[in-house]
Every structure is written in structure tokens, then in C-alpha cells.
Design a protein around this ligand. Structure first.
Ligand code: AMP
Ligand code: ZN
Length: 146
């Protein structure tokens, strides 16, 4: 028991809307999304930041973030790009101290503000969003197997 909310999500002891899971990482919807489909990818094994993250897991984190970004492009969310962001340490605005990679889908011409509305942002239709992203992953799998 380490009082870490993301470890609790990995253990199934805290709620989340999951979209991806493998041996090393899980990905789920951010509870205060900057854009629709904003995900967090986290290592299953707890680390606090980049100092304490096993580089192998860092590779797995980025590989999953890359895959999910490509899946969201193919999903019905039809993103045009993404920001992959990792806030390392308080100085970089890290607030949850279980290392995590943000995947923030982007659309051409969107008017994204990373800071504005931080407190008021809420998930809208989380299950539909997660389901669309999972379908994007299936489309990517199918594309790669043909
Ligand atoms: P950071 O500033 O990089 O530490 O960002 C932490 C992120 O975690 C924020 O975008 C929060 O909205 C998100 N977050 C915090 N708690 C949860 C939770 N229980 N489930 C999903 N996302 C969360
Ligand atoms: Zn943790």
C-alpha cells in the first residue's frame, strides 16, 4: 500500500476508463481531459518520475504512446496529430508522482489551451471515447496484418 492513485488503478482498486493494457503498461482516459481522448500511459510498476523510471519501461511507455496516437488517428475521433508530454518533477508541473505519459490528441485548427479551464474540465461520454480508441487499435492491428 503506497497511497498512489495510479497504482490503485493498476490494481483495480480505483476506477478508470481503460483503453490499453500490456505486460508493462496500462493506458486510461485522463479524468480532466485537455482534448477528447486525452490518455495517460503509465508503467504498471511504480516509479515516481524520470529519475526512478526503468529505461526499459520508458521505452515501453513511449511505444504504447506512439501506438495509441496512431490508433486515435484511425479511430472515429479522427485526430490529425498529438502532443506526447511527460511532466518530470514539480518544476515541470508534475502533480501525480507515478510516472506517466500524456497522449493529447490534436486536430488541425483546434484552439487548445493547456492551462485554461484546468479546474472545470470534465470527461464527456468517456465510454464512447474509450470505445472509439479501442476500435482505432483494432483498425491499426488489421492494417498491420494485411
Ligand atoms: P501531471 O501534471 O503530469 O502530473 O498530470 C496528472 C494528470 O493526472 C492530470 O491531467 C489529471 O487530470 C490526471 N489524473 C489525476 N487523477 C486521475 C485519476 N484518478 N484518473 C485519471 N486521471 C487522473
Ligand atoms: Zn504508483
Amino acid at each position: 500500500m503506497n497511497n498512489c492513485v495510479f497504482c490503485a488503478i493498476v490494481d483495480g482498486d480505483a476506477p478508470s476508463v481503460p483503453v490499453y493494457d500490456d505486460d508493462d503498461v496500462v493506458a486510461f482516459l485522463d479524468i480532466r481531459p485537455i482534448t477528447r481522448g486525452h490518455l495517460l500511459v503509465i508503467p504498471k510498476r511504480h516509479s515516481q518520475d524520470l529519475e526512478t523510471l526503468d529505461p526499459h519501461l520508458g521505452g515501453a511507455l513511449f511505444a504504447a504512446g506512439q501506438r495509441l496516437s496512431r490508433a486515435i488517428r484511425r479511430s472515429d475521433l479522427r485526430s490529425d496529430g498529438a502532443n506526447l508530454v511527460l511532466n518530470d518533477g514539480k518544476a515541470a508541473f508534475q502533480t501525480v508522482f507515478h510516472t506517466h505519459l500524456h497522449v493529447v490528441p490534436r486536430w488541425t485548427g483546434d484552439t487548445l489551451r493547456f492551462v485554461t479551464g484546468f479546474v472545470t474540465r470534465r470527461l464527456k461520454n468517456p465510454e464512447a471515447t474509450a470505445s472509439a480508441i479501442r476500435t482505432g487499435l483494432t483498425r491499426l492491428d488489421e492494417e498491420e496484418s494485411t
